[in-house]
Design a binder for this molecule. Sequence first.
Ligand SMILES: [Zn+2]
Length: 240
Amino acid sequence: MTEPGARPTHDESHGGALGSRLNWLRAAVLGANDGVVSTAGLVVGVAGATDDRSTLLTAGLAGLLAGSMSMAAGEYVSVSTQRDSEKAAIAMEKRELTEQPDAELEELTDLLEERGLSREVAREAAEQLTERDALRAHARVELGIDPDDLTNPWHAAWASFLAFTVGALLPLLAIVLPPSAWRLPVTVCSVLVALAFTGYVSARMGSAAVRPAVWRNVGGGALAMAVTYAAGSLLGAAGV
Ligand SMILES: [Zn+2]
């Protein structure tokens, strides 16, 4: 009993956990990227209109908090909804397993056969899986979810809050710390370098071509800063 029990756990740490760790990492990089771009656009725009350090700090900090909380709330809502529908699907599966176990065994056999097993082997495998943990087997094979490893909405919310905050801190510090003549060059350069890095990392993690991904990411950030700086300068010159 111990040996067959140990195997699925081993497989899981290779497939499931590694896959979900990569997903988390990818989400963290994208969240940080959002924090960099939106906060950079904000503080550069305000810097177009004013030279006042405390105004810049206030605007940047408000942008950081608003953005990170909005990301966290959005993530919480979407993961909660996903989790609810996964729980509902598992509950339905549980009911079906008690009400019509034969049909469910047949269904599992068909699914395993579709995955490339012969009819006899599929039947044998379905019987063993059903004997060991029928609900888990149906959840994984039929629904593609692991009932013991549903994503926690609070974890997801915290992770995106932190990721956005880390990204947002870069342009915030870059605009506030240097002397006023150096603010814009320091901010623009550090933001573009950071965006090249996040573009590189997310392209590598998604196995996409690196160069176009880096240029798109850097170009998007540069455009955002150019647009908000122009808008801020116009407003500042108009004395708004
Ligand atoms: Zn089923």
